[in-house]
Structure formats: structure tokens, C-alpha cells
Design a protein around this ligand. Structure first.
Ligand code: CP
Ligand code: NVA
Length: 313
């Protein structure tokens, strides 16, 4: 595997291996030190980021490398240089390229034009690094995953898409409660359903939050307006999604030991009430902290064998 563009690029074995590498990096943040010695990793971010950018930069440093953040207005891309020419040139200098942008097709074009690994750090359709972290966190919290039920309540967005794919790979049953207006992309659902057939997990897509959380060991939500959504859609989204807020009452319908997850950033009083995200069931900061070892594991997995002198066992 050269790139990580979406979660379904992984096989179940790849995912297991990434989870194992992440666990190693969580126990010892300098495991694999020297892998990136004297090398750079380019991070090209066209949208804001707290967790993804800083966990990525940190993981690169832990592996001995230098992260180079480049913003769109700093590259010649903004002056008409093509994505392909840019990717080819960046790949001649750097050991990997991490991209956060809008259109998935742009990330695919970068990956196709360069020899070095390309990692999707969030697009309008996918957020693979987040979903790998979500599975990692869920496993820390509940142990064995097959047969467990996770509920996602809110808008069918990039985070929901990647969660669909990750749960299907990991054998987790996923129940989505999303309003008709903000359903997930049917093409992504079809990919996840195919993976779920192999792993034996179940995907339920409905619009009733109470039905979704019944029997769930974790309840997950995300912002109602994503960075790639038009800002003018905000008030309509707030209105439509109001019944999908994760409240203590909704949490009470899940399993008694159910935890609350959120990729962050969160908007208290919108998709989640403050007493849930700041309450005893919340695992959101454990989840956020896990972004670092997961990125560390992803870099090791993708760069193993490409860079001389450091084998990954
Ligand atoms: N969850 C996540 O990707 O956060 P950032 O937007 O801060 O990177
Ligand atoms: N769905 C959100 C996730 C942020 C990490 C967005 O794309 O803005």
C-alpha cells in the first residue's frame, strides 16, 4: 500500500497492523526513532486543523524527521501550477505528503503523480486518520470489537463516511441516525456494506437517534456544519439537526456503560450538550490524544521498506 486516501484502502489485516503500530507508539513515543532522520514530510493544509496538523507534526518529529507545513498561498499552485507538477516536485524532496483539502479527486491526483506516500488528512468525503483513531480508542475502551454496536448521530459527513468504512473493517456494528437531508453518500455506504459482509458486521442507516443508540456501547457525533459545507447552510442545518443533539437523555437510552465520542472540534449546545461532552462518559480527550500514536503508526507502516536502514517488524 503506497497511500492512505480513504479508510477502505485498508484490508482488515492492514487495520490490525496499524492498530498494533499505534499501540506501540502510544507506549513508547520514540519507537521507530530515526526512520525519518534527515528527511521531511510535507503537510499541505487548505483547511484549519488543530489535532491533525499538530499530531502529524509531532509524529514526524518523534520519528526523527522535519515536518514542513505549506499553505496554499505559499505554493505556486495558487498561480496556476498544476497539481501533478506540484506533487511530482514535492515528492522529489519529501518522504511523504499529508494533505487536508476539499475535493477527494485532488488528493487522488497528487497520489497518482508522486512516488511517495500520500495521506489524506481530511477531505469533504473522508477522514481516514480519524476513523482509525476511533477504532483504536473504542478498542481501548471496550476491548474486543466484533459484535459491539456503535451509534453515530448527526450529519452524514466525512467523519461518518470514514467511520462506516472503519467499523465495517473492524467488525463493529454501526447504527447511523441521520436526517433525510444529510444522508451519507450512497457510494460510500455501498463500499462499507461490502466490507461489512466480509467481516460479518451490520450497518443500519435510519433517522431515529433513540433507535440507533439502543444497545450501543458508544455514541458518536460530529459538527453539524463541516468545513467544506457552505456557511449559509448553517441555520438550516441547525434547525434540521436539532433533534439529533446528543443529550444526557439520549445517552440514557444506550447501554449503561456507554461512552461518548466526538472527533472534535465540538460545539456545545449544538451537536452535543455540555453535560455529555464534559461529563463522566466522555472519552473525547482520550480519542484526541490517540491521534498522535495513530499518525505515528500510519507513517511507520507507509514508510517501512521505502526508507533504507530501518525495518518495521
Ligand atoms: N478531528 C480533527 O481532525 O480535528 P482537526 O480539524 O483539529 O484536525
Ligand atoms: N466534519 C468535520 C470534521 C472536522 C474534524 C469537518 O469536515 O469540518
Amino acid at each position: 500500500m503506497k497511500d492512505l486516501l480513504r479508510t477502505s484502502d485498508l484490508t482488515p489485516d492492514d487495520l490490525d497492523r496499524l492498530l498494533a503500530l499505534a499501540a506501540e507508539a502510544k507506549a513508547d513515543r520514540y519507537v521507530g526513532r530515526g526512520l525519518l532522520q534527515g528527511r521531511t514530510v510535507v503537510l499541505y493544509f487548505t483547511k484549519p486543523s488543530t489535532r491533525t496538523r499538530v499530531s502529524s507534526e509531532t509524529a514526524v518529529v518523534e520519528l526523527g524527521g522535519v515536518p514542513l507545513l505549506v499553505r496554499p498561498d505559499e505554493l505556486q499552485l495558487g498561480r496556476g501550477e498544476t497539481i501533478e507538477d506540484t506533487a511530482r516536485v514535492l515528492g522529489a524532496y519529501a518522504s511523504a505528503i499529508v494533505i487536508r483539502t476539499f475535493d477527494d479527486e485532488d488528493v487522488r491526483r497528487v497520489a497518482a503523480a508522486t512516488e511517495v506516500p500520500v495521506i489524506n488528512a481530511l477531505t469533504d468525503r473522508h477522514h481516514p486518520l480519524q476513523s482509525i483513531t476511533d477504532v483504536f480508542t473504542l478498542r481501548e475502551v471496550v476491548g474486543d470489537l466484533p459484535g459491539r454496536r456503535l451509534a453515530y448521530v448527526g450529519a452524514g459527513n466525512n467523519v461518518a463516511h470514514s467511520l462506516l468504512e472503519a467499523c465495517a473493517l473492524a467488525g463493529v456494528d454501526l447504527a447511523l441516525a441521520v436526517p433525510q437531508e444529510y444522508q451519507p453518500d450512497p457510494a460510500v455506504v455501498a463500499v462499507a456494506e461490502k466490507l461489512a459482509t466480509t467481516s460479518g458486521s451490520r450497518i443500519e442507516i435510519g433517522s431515529d437517534p433513540v433507535a440507533a443508540v439502543r444497545g450501543a456501547c458508544a455514541v458518536y457525533t460530529d459538527v453539524w456544519l463541516s468545513m467544506g459545507d457552505p456557511p449559509e447552510a448553517r441555520s438550516a442545518r441547525l434547525r434540521t439537526l436539532a433533534p439529533y443533539r446528543v443529550t444526557p437523555e439520549l445517552m440514557a437510552r444506550a447501554l449503561p456503560e456507554a461512552v461518548f465520542l466526538h472527533c472534535l472540534p465540538a460545539h456545545r449546545g449544538e451537536e452535543v450538550s455540555a453535560d455529555v461532552i464534559d461529563g463522566p462518559r466522555s472519552r473525547v480527550f482520550q480519542q484526541a490524544a490517540n491521534r498522535r500514536p495513530v499518525m505515528h503508526g500510519v507513517l511507520r507502516a507507509l514508510l517501512a521498506g521505502r526508507l533504507t536502514g530501518w525495518p518495521v517488524s
